[in-house]
Write a protein that binds this ligand. Structure first.
Ligand code: COA
Length: 203
C-alpha cells in the first residue's frame, strides 16, 4: 500500500493511454464484505489505529516504499487526503477491519491505474495478524470487485524479491508471476531490489 501515492485520478489523467473506445467504468471505493472482514473507506477517526497498528512500526513497513510514521499527525493528514480523494470515482482505497470491530488492521488499494483496462494493487496488514489468511481474503475480494464493478480486466501487483509472503498472497489470490525486474523496486532505505511482478486477467 503506497502512502505517498498521487491520487489515482491524478495519475489517471496524467498518464493514461486510451486503448478502447468504450468509456471506462468506475465506481470508487464502496464497502466490501467477506467472511471475516469489512473493507470500508478510511475515515479521520482511524488515524490513531492506523498509526499504532502498522504505520508507526518500522518492521511492519520494512518491505514498503515509505518510512514508518514519526507522529500520528502525519497519519491523520494522509488519511485526510484520502478522504478527500474518495470524491473521485477512480479512487480505490479500503481500510481492512475485522467484522464486528470497525478497528483498522490494514489497507488495500489501487496504487496505479495503468490504462482503462489495467490497474495495480498494493496492501499492508498489521503484523499482529500476519499468517491468518487475512490479506488473501481481502485481495481476492478486491480483485473480484474490480472485475465485476469496473472496466478493469487485468489487475497487477508486485513484491520485492525478499518479501515472499506477499508473493504467496498474490498466488493464493489467483495471480500468476509474469516477470522479475532486476533492481526494479526501491525500498524505504533507498536500496534497489529485484521486483517480482504478478497479474490476473478477468476470465
Ligand atoms: C504481505 C502481507 C500483506 C501478508 O498478509 P497475510 O494476511 O499475513 O497473508 P496470508 O496469511 O494471506 O498469506 C501469507 C502466506 O505467506 C506465507 N509466508 C509468511 N512468511 C513467509 C516467508 N518468510 N517465506 C515464505 N512464505 C511466507 C504464509 O505461510 C502464508 O502462506 P500459506 O497460506 O501457504 O501458509 C503482510 O505480511 C504484510 O502486511 N507485510 C508488510 C507489508 C507488505 O509487505 N505488503 C506487500 C507489499 S508488496
Amino acid at each position: 500500500m503506497n502512502f505517498e501515492k498521487l491520487s489515482a485520478s491524478a495519475m489517471y489523467s496524467g498518464s493514461s493511454k486510451v486503448l478502447s473506445s468504450t468509456p471506462a467504468l468506475h465506481v470508487g471505493t464502496q464497502t466490501i464484505e467477506t467472511d471475516r472482514l469489512i473493507l470500508r473507506r478510511f475515515k479521520i477517526g482511524d488515524a490513531p489505529y492506523v498509526f499504532k497498528n502498522w504505520a508507526s512500526d518500522p518492521d511492519n513497513v520494512a518491505t514498503l516504499t515509505w518510512n514508518a510514521h514519526p507522529s500520528v499527525s502525519l497519519t491523520e493528514s494522509l488519511i485526510a487526503s484520502w478522504v478527500n480523494d474518495y470524491s473521485d470515482n477512480t479512487d480505490y482505497r479500503w481500510c481492512i477491519t475485522l467484522k464486528g470491530t470497525d478497528i483498522p488492521v490494514g489497507g488495500i488499494d489501487v496504487t496505479n491505474i495503468i490504462d482503462d483496462s489495467t490497474c495495480e494493487i498494493g496492501f499492508v496488514l498489521s503484523k499482529s495478524l500476519w499468517n491468518k489468511g487475512i490479506m488473501t481474503e481481502a485481495a481476492r475480494a478486491v480483485i473480484d470487485y474490480l472485475f465485476t464493478k469496473t472496466s478493469f480486466t487485468t489487475v497487477t501487483a508486485y513484491h520485492n524479491i525478499d518479501n515472499p509472503a506477499s508473493g504467496k498472497v498474490l498466488l493464493k489470490s489467483g495471480m500468476h508471476k509474469t516477470v522479475v525486474v532486476l533492481k526494479g523496486a526501491k525500498k524505504n532505505t533507498g536500496e534497489l531490489v529485484d521486483k517480482v511482478v504478478y497479474e490476473i486477467s478477468k476470465s
